[in-house]
Design a binder for this molecule. Sequence first.
Ligand code: GDP
Ligand code: MG
Length: 171
Amino acid sequence: MKEARVVIMGGGGVGKSALTVQFVRNVFVSTYDPTIEDTYRKMLSIDGQQCLVEILDTAGTEQFMALKELYIKSGQGFVLVFSLTHLASVNELGPLREQIVRIKDAKVPLVLVGNKSDLRSERQVPREIGTNLSKAWGNVPYYETSARKRVNVEEIFIDIVRQCRTYEQQA
Ligand code: GDP
Ligand code: MG
């Protein structure tokens, strides 16, 4: 696989842009326009193979459901993000995953991400909520990340690209 198209989704303010920019540019941006929707590219060498990773950083502002459907269709792998400091952000992901599974299929490459692990004292979501959700979704990988401290950032994108490869080989 030479290219992987990844879509990063989740509620507003959970850190989708911070994770994407930290991965692609190695910096933490603390003020990022929440309405900006953009595509980023980065070359990754995984298991000795080069891959161009294209990441669509969504903003959740799409006015038309059709637009959302369109980019779910165009994506090969999905990174679903909630914030460890905001319990309600977990609940946004269930309907999102259902929509993705409906448009793609149940084996669609996916990772579940709880972000902002550095904000220990503000944590609202215990690890078990993440691991239970991952089980409910058929054991999708679950990562706790910090875009700020660059913890597990590379890992989530490597994981999703690996899954995309496996998926493509099985197709
Ligand atoms: P998005 O709406 O999902 O794209 O969220 P952003 O990436 O714009 O992040 C929203 C806010 O959370 C910003 O103020 C970020 O600086 C902050 N943020 C994002 N990720 C982290 C993180 O890992 N740790 C901390 N402390 N703050 C974060
Ligand atoms: Mg954003």
